[in-house]
Design a protein around this ligand. Sequence first.
Ligand SMILES: [Zn+2]
Length: 261
Amino acid sequence: MGKIITYKTEERIINLDGKSIKYTLLFKNVKNLTCRFKNYENKLYVIAPANYSYTKIEKFLQEHKRAILNWVEKSNQLKFNLTRDFIDGEKYLLLGQEYLLRINKVYKKQEEGISFDANYLVLKTTKDEKEYKRKILEKYYKNIAQRIISEEFQKLKNKYSGKIPNSSEYSLYIRKMKTKWGLNNSKTRTITIGFHLIFACIEDIDYVIIHELCHCAVRDHSKLFYSYQGMLCPDYQERKRDLNKNIHPFICQIEMLDSLI
Ligand SMILES: [Zn+2]
């Protein structure tokens, strides 16, 4: 198939079970009708083949109303604000703590950076441009992620090397990851952890590292795997819940910090 072309874009509304749901309809040179939820934009996209009628498209949406209404309900529950303009009052997470952003103007480049004042994350910048401020924040997050995750990895690897076969041979790699918290590659003997785990508390970070270390001994999620994990991280279910319930929604919304996620 050749290049995907968008012929027409329309903002439309459909009534599903008495609720008015907004969506963006894109007519493209595709074969099938699909819908996509974009959490960080809080938008529903419907992609339709160019020759489809509105009747056909609306019938499809009615048929999928359960999934659509579920998504709408979930996205309304997200507790963080969607807009990220890097201005005073926006909420950010670091190591499981919630902070409010405060912008402080400084006059020298050497004074730029991040500091903390009670529950404020203070972004010191010489310029008030969105992109410029974003870069300062991303750089800070990346540095601290690199440092903390490496320290935790080293600590846990040393602690459990006698308990988890093969784990001492593994090295750590931290990078931007879209869909996973961590990854274990037995061929390259590496464990990869996503930068974005730095939004979560230390206990959650440790859980992900332990989970990946356990994969050094057991590849799949078998009973044996869970017996290792349960022994080394007894509260793993709580950690997993916290990541899915509190950290993941936040990450969906700050996709704007693009070098991290
Ligand atoms: Zn796993």
